[in-house]
Ligand binder design. Structure first.
Ligand SMILES: Cc1ncc(COP(=O)(O)O)c(C=O)c1O
Length: 397
């Protein structure tokens, strides 16, 4: 059996692809005399508007901020309920709480980790007002049945599309026909602005309100007050937030967005390669792509370790990969088991079995355009080496 040699250089879990065109556009911005929200942000918004087939595009400083604006503009009453998935980044759910609503979880499909439409419908009560599904890992959730449920029960549908820029569901881009969808441009995402996000919205009145609320709730942002022809006077329409995207960030985003199809294609190739490399490793179970028609953006490559066949926990497995100089990610430990949610709602193990089963076993492998096939072979060999050393005695496969 070949001896495993640990590589010298750490292989990070993520790394953005920043090239000369991003750098020179940022420099152009820095030298221009205008670095906060202005013409470059407007350009990025126009490009998203056109790409989405005419949706309103509102650039914000994170997807978290975008989700907050999407919920706050529903004008919900305290204790109204919003249904979401327990397998997400905490901010999806924290925003529900921050807006004074109650979180109701619906379990996910065990092998795609997409929220289950049947589970959503089973959790609807007289107080349910909205559903926030997540397009998990870059695959779409099953939007048609979820939309039908929302229409039947008169619920809003806010799509957490943080992972899904470029994802298609039944040949339509995510966000292109949404009530509201929110993308993230955090550095680990498929395209980045450093920090940032984009809201796509089909309702121009609501979009106008989100645009105003992203900048203090006043009638004119800085560009429209200080640029040539601007009017310095302003009016507070409604107390708002400080969620605007900077032009420095948008400068990066303009070029990242142009390269998105190439970035996503490279991610797809790498994901297929991981699947091939892992085909003969039964202890490592990648997520299954959904069985409905879709195009995956491959934001994450999530695997589950078969802890029933191995003498090792998921956390120990991740540590051993660290020792072998491989970075990994954790997307996501089930939110309902986080202390705030346990305490407030009395959630405990057993309530969302598919989320919990995955929560104990999953982690994410490095996946980004700068990764090489040699890097991937190394990652898989490192996992095989760990598995060889932690099979229960007497078991050889
Ligand atoms: C599913 C999901 N929703 C929302 C967010 C928040 O994105 P941001 O970091 O841009 O606020 C993330 C971030 O990773 C995410 O994974």
């Amino acid at each position: 059996m070949a001896l495993f040699h640990t590589r010298e250089k750490f292989l990070p879990f993520c790394r953005p692809t920043i090239q000369e065109d991003e750098i020179s556009e940022v420099l152009d911005c820095l030298k221009s005399g205008w670095i906060t929200t202005g013409p470059k942000t407007a350009r990025l918004e126009e490009e998203f508007h056109a790409w989405s087939g005419g949706q309103e595009a509102i650039a914000v400083n994170s997807a978290t901020a975008g989700l907050h604006l999407a919920i706050i503009t529903l004008d919900l009453a305290p204790d109204d309920e919003i249904i979401t998935t327990p397998v997400t980044w905490p901010s999806t759910v924290n925003n529900i709480e921050i807006c004074g609503c109650r979180t109701v979880f619906a379990d996910v499909d065990r092998d795609t980790l997409q929220i289950s439409p049947g589970e959503i419908e089973a959790r609807i009560t007289g107080r349910t007002r909205a559903v926030i599904p997540v397009h998990f890992a870059g695959a779409p959730c099953d939007l048609d049945p979820i939309r039908k449920i929302c229409q039947r029960h008169n619920l809003s549908l806010i799509e957490d599309a943080a992972h899904a820029v470029g994802t298609r569901y039944r040949n339509r881009l995510i966000g292109s026909n949404s009530e509201v969808a929110v993308f993230s441009f955090h550095p680990i995402k498929n395209m980045t602005t450093g920090e940032g996000g984009m809201i796509l919205c089909g309702d121009s009145e609501r979009a106008q309100r989100m645009r105003m609320l992203r900048f203090h709730g006043i009638s004119r942002d800085a560009w429209r007050r200080y640029a040539k022809g601007g009017v310095p006077q302003y009016e507070v329409i409604e107390p708002g937030y400080k969620y605007n995207m900077l032009d420095i960030e948008a400068a990066m985003g303009i070029h990242q967005f142009r390269k998105l199809p190439a970035f996503n294609q490279r991610r797809r190739e790498l994901a297929e390669n991981y699947r091939a490399l892992l085909a003969d490793v039964p202890e490592v179970m990648p997520l299954e792509p959904p069985d409905y028609d879709h195009e995956h953006a491959w934001h994450l490559f999530v695997v589950r370790i078969d802890t029933d066949r191995l003498d090792i926990t998921r956390d120990e497995f991740m540590l051993k990969l660290q020792e072998k100089n491989v970075g990994t990610g954790l997307h996501f430990p089930a939110v309902h088991l986080q202390s705030y949610y346990r305490k407030k709602y009395g959630f405990s193990r057993g309530m969302y079995p598919n989320a919990e089963w995955n929560s104990d076993r999953l982690f994410s492998l490095p996946l980004y355009p700068l990764l090489s096939e040699d890097d991937q072979a190394y990652v898989v060999n490192a996992m095989k080496d760990i598995i060889r050393h932690c099979r229960p005695k007497g078991k050889t496969s």
